[in-house]
Every structure is written in structure tokens, then in C-alpha cells.
Design a protein around this ligand. Sequence first.
Ligand SMILES: [Zn+2]
Length: 485
Amino acid sequence: MKKILFSFLFVFLLLVVTLFIKTASFKSKQISTAEGIRIDYPIDEAAVKHLSDAVKINTVSFDDTTIVNQLASDSFFAFLRTEYPSVFENLEDTIINKRSLLLKWKGKNESINPVIFYAHLDVVPIEESTKAKWKYAPFSGNVADGFIWGRGTLDDKGSLIAIFEALKKMQHNQFIPSRTIYFAFGSDEEIGGSNGAKVIAEYFRQQKTRFEFYLDEGGMVSRGLVPNMTRPVALIGTAEKGYITLDLTVNAKGGHSSHPDKETALDILVSAVKKVHDNPEERRAVATVNEFMNFVGPEMSFPLKTVFANRWLFEPLILNEYEKSAEGLALLRTTSALTIMNAGLKENVIPSLVNAKINFRILPDENSDQVQQRVVKIVDDDRVKITRGEVYEPSKQSSTTALGFNLLQKTCATIFPDAIVSPFLMLGSTDSKHFQDLTDNTYRFFPVRMDAELLETVHGINERIGVKDYMETIAFYESLFQSLE
Ligand SMILES: [Zn+2]
């Protein structure tokens, strides 16, 4: 008995020592470990007016691609040329495919790889039924209550105009970067980017350009979004999930609903769709999510720091916690969502041809072929034809030790001294997918503070950017460009 007790005690002590050693060696990856105080940048009224005016130019992209608003792009470019003459004087500008803009800021040393900053100038439409819920009209660009209001302020004109403001200041100071910096502004990110980003990327492909790094929208300086973190977290997207829509089609005997077959086309389809829904993938923490935990874990207090430092033991606990929210769950598996069903025309007629679309967001450790094979296996019914719709493979994972990440991290430490920095996995899709092969390092980060409430306004109601937050965004870009001297 005594012997057993001693072995238990020994194992327990060993465990405590292991937990302790692991926690002690779980070192912070932050540049400055002490929490700084938020900086108050003076309000630049001209910059506020510029963003407000940019919102007023309605650059909505519609899913119906036959609706192209050339006039909006033309007026947007005319606005930029009028308001930022020094930028257009010193940088070389090219219009790509009529509606996208490319600027080249020639560096001192053309033998080193250039970098590229990207923003899109289109916005999503306003749902008719939500119009009345906006506090200020969505294209008013109203400045009130400490915010600039309107569609595009957070996605993505706030970033675009902040880049121009920073560029303007730097022309004033006659700054010339050491490496060439490109700025690309695509016309149609909200509908996939095939006429904007895709064409811009092709332009660079033909020139055989390789970028040191690429920066696009994506993460932000989040407040209260990372569970158990009190400090703001600057989330820099270092990988992006893939995308595939699978089309499930069943063609069977139709006819009068008074004498149906045992299983109609619709019955077969519904059962297939349900099988897919009921058989989700095993949850798992992919490399980017593990890296995220390595960045945020050391900043947590006891006992959470110990939990994150000892994931060999506690990973299931952490995943259980993440799994509680839809966003958290989406980090842990390839998700599937039934988005469209087409079937039936009349209540007393059995439809013969029925179809469903299931949209999958693919984790970076698998690809679209694997997802399709898995679905075929789960459905396991030859009567269901499964074909692929639109596909984007998941991105590669970008480095957290390369120049681009280092500069972003340093700039965050300067401009957002109260925040910590972490890589993270982007759940949604950005135009960066078109540039995948042109660089090893793609980062997705819009340097602006956002909490859950503001995040909700993106593509939603009452989209707005804090005036003080926007000043930080401008300061961030200025500081980042400066670090490319
Ligand atoms: Zn966007």
C-alpha cells in the first residue's frame, strides 16, 4: 500500500515539476513585455474630411457582374488626384483594367525585392431592409459622436485613405524608401477580385516581380475578442482558409405527389445534405492556431499561462473553450454550410431535378480535393452527383520571423504600446489569394482598433471608424513606411 502511495506521489510531483518547467520556459514573444499606455494622436481634420468624402463616392460591387459602375471608379480616382497631388507627382501611377489603381514608389535600391500594400476600393451594398436602422445614412460620411460613419470606413476605405494620408506626409518630408514600395487598390474584392486583384497580380507575374512581403486587410487590433486576454491583441493574419462550394444534384422520377416513390429526388438530396452536416471533421489545432497560442499564451496570467504552456496535457480543455463560439470552432475544422437549395415549383408536383450547394472553408492542412473525397465518402450514394463550384485553396503559412512580420510587430509596439501582437488564421477570404505565388510572406492586418460591436458593423449596419482610431491607423502606416528607409 505504502509503495503505491509513494509511486502516486512521485508521479504527481513529476507532473508538477514538468508543468512548472514548461511554464517557466514559455517565454513572451512580444517586443516589449510591459504594457504601455495608449497614445493620443492629434486629430487631423483634413484627414477626417478625406475619409468622409471617400465614403460619399458610392463604389458598391454587386454580385451581378454585369453591373459595373465605371463612373464611381473614375470619380474615386479623380478625388484621389485632386486631394493628394504630391503623391501622384512623386509616385508612378497606372490604371489596371480600367477600375484598379497601382502606384509605384521607386526605392533607392532596385536590386532588392519590393514590398506591396493592398486595399480595395469597392464596398458591399446596403440591404434594403436595414436602411432605416442606420443612425446616419450609409453613404453620408457623417462625422459625429467621435466616429466617421458609413459603408467602407472599416472595409476598406479607412485603410486606403489612411495610406494616402501617410503617403502625403512622407512626400512633404521628401522621404525616399530604400526598396520600391507598390500600392495596389483593387476594384472588386467584395465579389472575388477577378477583375481587380487578379489582373494586378497577373501584371506582376508577367514582370516576374517577387515581393519581400504583401500586406492586405484582415486582422485588426482587437479588443475583448481573444478569450481571457485583457490587453488588446493586434491580430496579424499569417494564413487564410481555403474555399470550395460543392454542388449536390439528384435527378430522379418526378410526377404527381398523390403517389410518390419510396424515395424522391428531394428525399435523397435532403438525406445526403444531412449526412454531411452530421459528420463534421475531427477538430484540431493547425500550425497557425498553435502559433497563435504561442504568442498569446505567455501573456496570460496564472493558471491560464500554465494551461497554454502545457498543451501536451491541456489541449482538449483549450479546444473545448474555443469550440463554444462559431468563430472559435471555425479555427478548428474545415466548416461546411448549406447555403443554397433549388427544388420544387408546385406543391403537388414531385420535382425530378434538385440541387444543393454546400460551402466549405478549408483548414490550411488540407485541400479542396480531400474535402470533396471526404464528402463523396460520407454521402456514399451514387444517385447524388457531386461537382465542384468555385475553389480557392488554403494559403501557405507566412513566417513570423521574416522581415515583414518583424516590421509589423515593431510598428505595433510603437503605435499601439498597450497591445500585444499575434499571428492568426483568417477565416474569411481576401484579395491576397491572387498574390499567393508572388511572395512567401503575406500578412493580413488593418491597423485599427475594433471590438465585437465594431466588428459586427463590417458588412452590417452602422459601419463606422473611431476618429481617434483612424489617427492611429495613419500614424501606423507612416511609421511602417518610414521603417522601409
Ligand atoms: Zn474588405
